[in-house]
Design a protein around this ligand. Structure first.
Ligand SMILES: NC(=O)C1=CN([C@@H]2O[C@H](COP(=O)(O)OP(=O)(O)OC[C@H]3O[C@@H](n4cnc5c(N)ncnc54)[C@H](OP(=O)(O)O)[C@@H]3O)[C@@H](O)[C@H]2O)C=CC1
Ligand SMILES: CCCCCCCCCCCCCCCC(=O)[C@@H](N)CO
Length: 273
Protein backbone atom coordinates (compact mmCIF):
# COMPACT_ATOMS: atom_id res chain seq x y z
CA UNK A 1 0.00 0.00 0.00
CA UNK A 2 1.13 3.57 -0.65
CA UNK A 3 3.39 5.29 1.88
CA UNK A 4 1.59 8.10 3.74
CA UNK A 5 3.73 11.23 3.41
CA UNK A 6 1.88 13.44 5.95
CA UNK A 7 3.99 13.29 9.13
CA UNK A 8 6.56 10.97 7.53
CA UNK A 9 10.29 11.55 7.99
CA UNK A 10 12.00 11.85 4.60
CA UNK A 11 15.79 12.09 4.33
CA UNK A 12 17.09 13.54 1.07
CA UNK A 13 20.82 13.37 0.37
CA UNK A 14 21.81 16.03 -2.13
CA UNK A 15 18.72 17.88 -0.90
CA UNK A 16 20.35 21.31 -1.06
CA UNK A 17 20.33 21.63 -4.85
CA UNK A 18 18.75 20.61 -8.13
CA UNK A 19 16.66 17.43 -8.28
CA UNK A 20 17.18 16.62 -4.58
CA UNK A 21 15.91 20.03 -3.47
CA UNK A 22 12.83 19.64 -5.68
CA UNK A 23 12.19 16.17 -4.21
CA UNK A 24 12.36 17.69 -0.72
CA UNK A 25 9.89 20.43 -1.71
CA UNK A 26 7.53 17.87 -3.26
CA UNK A 27 7.52 15.77 -0.07
CA UNK A 28 7.19 18.83 2.18
CA UNK A 29 4.20 20.01 0.18
CA UNK A 30 2.60 16.66 0.99
CA UNK A 31 3.16 17.08 4.74
CA UNK A 32 6.48 15.30 5.32
CA UNK A 33 9.24 16.24 7.79
CA UNK A 34 12.52 16.66 5.93
CA UNK A 35 16.19 16.04 6.67
CA UNK A 36 18.51 17.55 4.07
CA UNK A 37 21.97 16.02 3.77
CA UNK A 38 24.79 17.70 1.83
CA UNK A 39 28.22 19.22 2.52
CA UNK A 40 27.94 22.99 2.05
CA UNK A 41 26.13 24.56 5.03
CA UNK A 42 25.24 27.80 3.31
CA UNK A 43 23.52 25.99 0.45
CA UNK A 44 21.72 23.80 3.01
CA UNK A 45 20.34 26.82 4.89
CA UNK A 46 19.34 28.49 1.64
CA UNK A 47 17.45 25.37 0.55
CA UNK A 48 15.83 25.02 3.99
CA UNK A 49 14.44 28.56 3.69
CA UNK A 50 13.12 27.87 0.22
CA UNK A 51 11.49 24.59 1.24
CA UNK A 52 9.85 26.13 4.32
CA UNK A 53 7.88 28.48 2.09
CA UNK A 54 5.84 25.46 1.03
CA UNK A 55 4.71 24.35 4.50
CA UNK A 56 1.15 23.07 4.91
CA UNK A 57 1.07 23.09 8.73
CA UNK A 58 3.05 24.71 11.56
CA UNK A 59 4.48 21.44 12.91
CA UNK A 60 6.61 20.65 9.87
CA UNK A 61 10.39 20.76 10.29
CA UNK A 62 13.31 20.95 7.87
CA UNK A 63 16.52 19.69 9.45
CA UNK A 64 19.91 20.32 7.83
CA UNK A 65 22.87 18.02 8.21
CA UNK A 66 26.29 18.74 6.76
CA UNK A 67 28.23 15.59 5.95
CA UNK A 68 30.04 14.03 3.01
CA UNK A 69 28.05 10.88 2.23
CA UNK A 70 31.02 9.24 0.52
CA UNK A 71 33.80 9.59 3.08
CA UNK A 72 33.35 7.70 6.30
CA UNK A 73 30.54 5.24 7.06
CA UNK A 74 30.54 5.83 10.83
CA UNK A 75 30.04 9.57 10.23
CA UNK A 76 27.05 8.88 8.01
CA UNK A 77 25.64 6.43 10.55
CA UNK A 78 26.01 9.06 13.28
CA UNK A 79 24.19 11.82 11.44
CA UNK A 80 21.34 9.46 10.54
CA UNK A 81 21.09 8.59 14.23
CA UNK A 82 20.94 12.31 15.08
CA UNK A 83 18.21 12.88 12.51
CA UNK A 84 16.18 9.94 13.87
CA UNK A 85 16.47 11.30 17.41
CA UNK A 86 15.05 14.64 16.27
CA UNK A 87 12.43 13.60 13.71
CA UNK A 88 11.79 9.90 14.39
CA UNK A 89 12.63 6.83 12.33
CA UNK A 90 13.26 7.40 8.63
CA UNK A 91 10.26 6.43 6.52
CA UNK A 92 11.83 7.31 3.21
CA UNK A 93 15.45 7.79 2.17
CA UNK A 94 16.21 9.46 -1.16
CA UNK A 95 19.79 8.96 -2.31
CA UNK A 96 20.19 11.93 -4.62
CA UNK A 97 23.69 13.20 -3.75
CA UNK A 98 25.83 12.71 -6.80
CA UNK A 99 28.04 14.31 -9.39
CA UNK A 100 29.00 13.95 -13.01
CA UNK A 101 32.21 14.47 -14.92
CA UNK A 102 32.61 13.65 -18.59
CA UNK A 103 35.55 13.24 -20.92
CA UNK A 104 37.09 10.62 -23.15
CA UNK A 105 38.36 7.56 -21.29
CA UNK A 106 42.01 8.42 -21.92
CA UNK A 107 41.49 12.05 -20.92
CA UNK A 108 39.87 11.33 -17.56
CA UNK A 109 42.14 11.14 -14.53
CA UNK A 110 41.98 7.77 -12.82
CA UNK A 111 41.12 9.68 -9.66
CA UNK A 112 37.87 10.73 -11.39
CA UNK A 113 36.84 7.08 -11.57
CA UNK A 114 37.52 6.72 -7.86
CA UNK A 115 35.70 9.94 -7.01
CA UNK A 116 32.54 9.21 -9.02
CA UNK A 117 32.34 5.64 -7.76
CA UNK A 118 32.78 6.85 -4.24
CA UNK A 119 30.22 9.69 -4.36
CA UNK A 120 27.58 8.12 -6.64
CA UNK A 121 27.84 4.51 -5.52
CA UNK A 122 29.26 4.39 -1.96
CA UNK A 123 27.43 7.65 -1.24
CA UNK A 124 24.22 5.69 -1.85
CA UNK A 125 25.37 2.55 -0.01
CA UNK A 126 26.25 4.33 3.27
CA UNK A 127 22.98 6.16 4.00
CA UNK A 128 20.96 3.10 2.90
CA UNK A 129 23.01 0.83 5.16
CA UNK A 130 22.40 3.25 8.04
CA UNK A 131 18.59 3.17 7.75
CA UNK A 132 17.85 -0.37 6.61
CA UNK A 133 17.80 -2.20 9.97
CA UNK A 134 15.20 0.11 11.49
CA UNK A 135 13.10 0.02 8.33
CA UNK A 136 13.08 -3.79 8.36
CA UNK A 137 12.21 -3.88 12.06
CA UNK A 138 9.35 -1.45 11.59
CA UNK A 139 8.15 -3.14 8.41
CA UNK A 140 7.99 0.35 6.89
CA UNK A 141 10.28 2.05 4.43
CA UNK A 142 11.16 3.33 1.03
CA UNK A 143 14.64 3.69 -0.37
CA UNK A 144 15.01 5.69 -3.57
CA UNK A 145 18.15 5.59 -5.70
CA UNK A 146 18.83 8.17 -8.36
CA UNK A 147 20.66 6.65 -11.30
CA UNK A 148 20.45 8.23 -14.78
CA UNK A 149 19.63 7.42 -18.39
CA UNK A 150 23.39 7.04 -18.54
CA UNK A 151 22.87 4.30 -15.96
CA UNK A 152 20.90 2.21 -18.46
CA UNK A 153 23.03 2.94 -21.49
CA UNK A 154 26.78 3.45 -21.57
CA UNK A 155 27.34 6.69 -23.45
CA UNK A 156 30.35 8.41 -25.04
CA UNK A 157 32.21 10.52 -22.49
CA UNK A 158 30.59 8.78 -19.53
CA UNK A 159 32.96 5.86 -18.86
CA UNK A 160 33.36 6.99 -15.27
CA UNK A 161 29.85 8.33 -14.70
CA UNK A 162 27.87 5.55 -16.43
CA UNK A 163 29.62 2.81 -14.53
CA UNK A 164 28.92 4.48 -11.19
CA UNK A 165 25.24 4.76 -12.17
CA UNK A 166 25.07 1.13 -13.39
CA UNK A 167 26.43 0.09 -10.00
CA UNK A 168 23.46 1.74 -8.31
CA UNK A 169 21.08 -0.41 -10.32
CA UNK A 170 22.77 -3.63 -9.22
CA UNK A 171 22.68 -2.51 -5.62
CA UNK A 172 19.02 -1.53 -5.80
CA UNK A 173 17.78 -4.70 -7.46
CA UNK A 174 19.67 -6.99 -5.09
CA UNK A 175 18.56 -4.98 -2.06
CA UNK A 176 14.93 -5.04 -3.19
CA UNK A 177 14.99 -8.82 -3.22
CA UNK A 178 16.28 -8.87 0.35
CA UNK A 179 13.89 -6.40 1.92
CA UNK A 180 10.58 -7.00 0.16
CA UNK A 181 9.43 -9.56 2.78
CA UNK A 182 9.81 -6.76 5.34
CA UNK A 183 7.53 -4.42 3.41
CA UNK A 184 10.45 -2.17 2.47
CA UNK A 185 10.45 -1.00 -1.14
CA UNK A 186 13.34 0.13 -3.30
CA UNK A 187 12.94 2.24 -6.41
CA UNK A 188 15.45 3.49 -8.96
CA UNK A 189 15.02 6.62 -11.05
CA UNK A 190 16.73 7.00 -14.42
CA UNK A 191 16.35 10.72 -15.16
CA UNK A 192 17.29 12.34 -18.48
CA UNK A 193 19.28 15.59 -18.67
CA UNK A 194 17.72 17.97 -16.17
CA UNK A 195 18.20 21.71 -15.75
CA UNK A 196 20.14 21.94 -12.45
CA UNK A 197 23.32 23.59 -11.13
CA UNK A 198 25.01 20.18 -11.43
CA UNK A 199 24.03 19.90 -15.09
CA UNK A 200 25.38 23.40 -15.81
CA UNK A 201 28.64 22.39 -14.16
CA UNK A 202 28.83 19.19 -16.22
CA UNK A 203 28.28 21.11 -19.47
CA UNK A 204 31.48 23.08 -18.95
CA UNK A 205 33.65 20.06 -19.76
CA UNK A 206 31.47 17.89 -22.04
CA UNK A 207 33.14 16.47 -25.15
CA UNK A 208 31.40 17.46 -28.40
CA UNK A 209 30.11 13.93 -29.02
CA UNK A 210 28.55 13.78 -25.57
CA UNK A 211 26.92 17.15 -26.08
CA UNK A 212 25.48 16.13 -29.47
CA UNK A 213 24.14 12.87 -28.06
CA UNK A 214 22.68 14.73 -25.13
CA UNK A 215 21.06 17.30 -27.46
CA UNK A 216 19.01 14.57 -29.19
CA UNK A 217 16.72 14.70 -26.18
CA UNK A 218 15.31 17.76 -24.44
CA UNK A 219 16.29 19.01 -21.02
CA UNK A 220 13.73 18.40 -18.27
CA UNK A 221 12.70 20.68 -15.43
CA UNK A 222 13.86 19.43 -12.02
CA UNK A 223 10.37 20.00 -10.53
CA UNK A 224 8.90 17.63 -13.11
CA UNK A 225 11.57 14.94 -12.57
CA UNK A 226 11.17 15.23 -8.79
CA UNK A 227 7.40 14.85 -8.96
CA UNK A 228 7.73 11.60 -10.91
CA UNK A 229 10.40 10.23 -8.55
CA UNK A 230 8.23 10.89 -5.49
CA UNK A 231 5.17 9.39 -7.15
CA UNK A 232 7.06 6.23 -8.13
CA UNK A 233 8.38 5.89 -4.57
CA UNK A 234 4.99 6.25 -2.89
CA UNK A 235 3.03 3.93 -5.15
CA UNK A 236 5.47 1.26 -6.22
CA UNK A 237 4.48 -0.19 -9.59
CA UNK A 238 6.27 -2.41 -12.05
CA UNK A 239 8.33 -1.09 -14.95
CA UNK A 240 8.74 -2.91 -18.26
CA UNK A 241 11.93 -4.66 -17.24
CA UNK A 242 10.29 -5.79 -14.03
CA UNK A 243 7.37 -7.26 -15.95
CA UNK A 244 9.67 -9.32 -18.15
CA UNK A 245 11.58 -10.56 -15.15
CA UNK A 246 8.39 -11.11 -13.16
CA UNK A 247 8.49 -14.88 -13.25
CA UNK A 248 12.08 -15.09 -12.05
CA UNK A 249 11.75 -12.39 -9.44
CA UNK A 250 8.53 -13.94 -8.20
CA UNK A 251 10.13 -17.33 -7.73
CA UNK A 252 13.29 -15.85 -6.18
CA UNK A 253 11.12 -13.83 -3.80
CA UNK A 254 9.34 -16.97 -2.70
CA UNK A 255 12.69 -18.67 -2.00
CA UNK A 256 13.68 -15.71 0.16
CA UNK A 257 10.34 -15.81 1.99
CA UNK A 258 10.60 -19.55 2.54
CA UNK A 259 14.09 -19.19 4.03
CA UNK A 260 12.95 -16.41 6.29
CA UNK A 261 10.08 -18.56 7.61
CA UNK A 262 12.30 -21.57 7.98
CA UNK A 263 14.88 -19.58 9.92
CA UNK A 264 12.18 -18.19 12.21
CA UNK A 265 10.85 -21.71 12.80
CA UNK A 266 14.26 -23.12 13.67
CA UNK A 267 14.93 -20.18 16.00
CA UNK A 268 11.72 -20.99 17.87
CA UNK A 269 12.67 -24.67 17.93
CA UNK A 270 16.12 -23.79 19.33
CA UNK A 271 14.57 -21.70 22.08
CA UNK A 272 12.10 -24.35 23.14
CA UNK A 273 14.70 -27.15 23.01
N1 LIG B 1 20.87 16.98 -13.72
C1 LIG B 1 20.88 15.95 -14.55
O1 LIG B 1 20.93 16.11 -15.78
C2 LIG B 1 20.80 14.57 -14.01
C3 LIG B 1 21.18 14.26 -12.72
N2 LIG B 1 21.12 12.98 -12.27
C4 LIG B 1 21.55 12.63 -10.91
O2 LIG B 1 20.69 13.28 -9.99
C5 LIG B 1 21.40 13.62 -8.80
C6 LIG B 1 21.27 15.10 -8.51
O3 LIG B 1 21.75 15.81 -9.62
P1 LIG B 1 21.61 17.40 -9.74
O4 LIG B 1 20.39 17.83 -9.09
O5 LIG B 1 21.86 17.72 -11.16
O6 LIG B 1 22.91 17.83 -8.90
P2 LIG B 1 23.39 19.19 -8.18
O7 LIG B 1 24.83 19.28 -8.46
O8 LIG B 1 22.52 20.33 -8.56
O9 LIG B 1 23.17 18.82 -6.64
C7 LIG B 1 23.93 17.84 -6.06
C8 LIG B 1 23.60 17.73 -4.60
O10 LIG B 1 24.36 16.68 -4.01
C9 LIG B 1 25.15 17.18 -2.94
N3 LIG B 1 26.40 16.42 -2.88
C10 LIG B 1 27.30 16.24 -3.86
N4 LIG B 1 28.33 15.50 -3.44
C11 LIG B 1 28.07 15.18 -2.15
C12 LIG B 1 28.75 14.45 -1.15
N5 LIG B 1 29.94 13.88 -1.40
N6 LIG B 1 28.20 14.32 0.08
C13 LIG B 1 27.02 14.90 0.34
N7 LIG B 1 26.32 15.60 -0.55
C14 LIG B 1 26.84 15.76 -1.78
C15 LIG B 1 25.33 18.65 -3.26
O11 LIG B 1 25.62 19.46 -2.14
P3 LIG B 1 27.15 19.80 -1.67
O12 LIG B 1 27.94 20.02 -2.91
O13 LIG B 1 27.03 20.97 -0.77
O14 LIG B 1 27.59 18.56 -0.91
C16 LIG B 1 23.95 18.98 -3.82
O15 LIG B 1 23.02 19.12 -2.76
C17 LIG B 1 22.85 13.16 -9.05
O16 LIG B 1 23.00 11.88 -8.49
C18 LIG B 1 22.94 13.10 -10.55
O17 LIG B 1 23.90 12.19 -10.98
C19 LIG B 1 20.67 11.97 -13.07
C20 LIG B 1 20.27 12.21 -14.35
C21 LIG B 1 20.30 13.52 -14.92
C1 LIG C 1 16.52 2.33 -22.23
C2 LIG C 1 16.13 3.74 -22.40
C3 LIG C 1 17.30 4.67 -22.34
C4 LIG C 1 17.12 5.85 -23.24
C5 LIG C 1 18.41 6.56 -23.36
C6 LIG C 1 18.39 7.71 -24.36
C7 LIG C 1 19.68 8.46 -24.23
C8 LIG C 1 19.65 9.77 -24.94
C9 LIG C 1 20.65 10.78 -24.46
C10 LIG C 1 21.06 10.68 -23.05
C11 LIG C 1 21.63 11.92 -22.53
C12 LIG C 1 22.47 11.71 -21.31
C13 LIG C 1 21.72 11.51 -20.01
C14 LIG C 1 22.62 11.68 -18.84
C15 LIG C 1 22.04 12.58 -17.81
C16 LIG C 1 22.94 12.73 -16.63
O1 LIG C 1 22.97 11.88 -15.78
C17 LIG C 1 23.80 13.93 -16.51
N1 LIG C 1 23.25 15.05 -17.17
C18 LIG C 1 24.05 14.25 -15.07
O2 LIG C 1 24.46 15.55 -14.85
Amino acid sequence: KPLALPGAHVVVTGGSSGIGKCIAIECYKQGAFITLVARNEEKLLQAKKEIEKHSINDKQVVLCISVDVSQDYSQVENVIKQAQEKLGPVDMLVNCAGMSLSGKFEDLEVSTFERLMSVNYLGSVYPSRAVITTMKERRVGRIVFVSSQAGQLGLFGFTAYSSSKFAIRGLAEALQMEVKPYNVYVTVAYPPDTDTPGFAEENKTKPLETRLISETTSVCKPEQVAKQIVKDAIVVTMGLFRTIALFYLGSFDSIVRRCMMQRARSEIADKTA
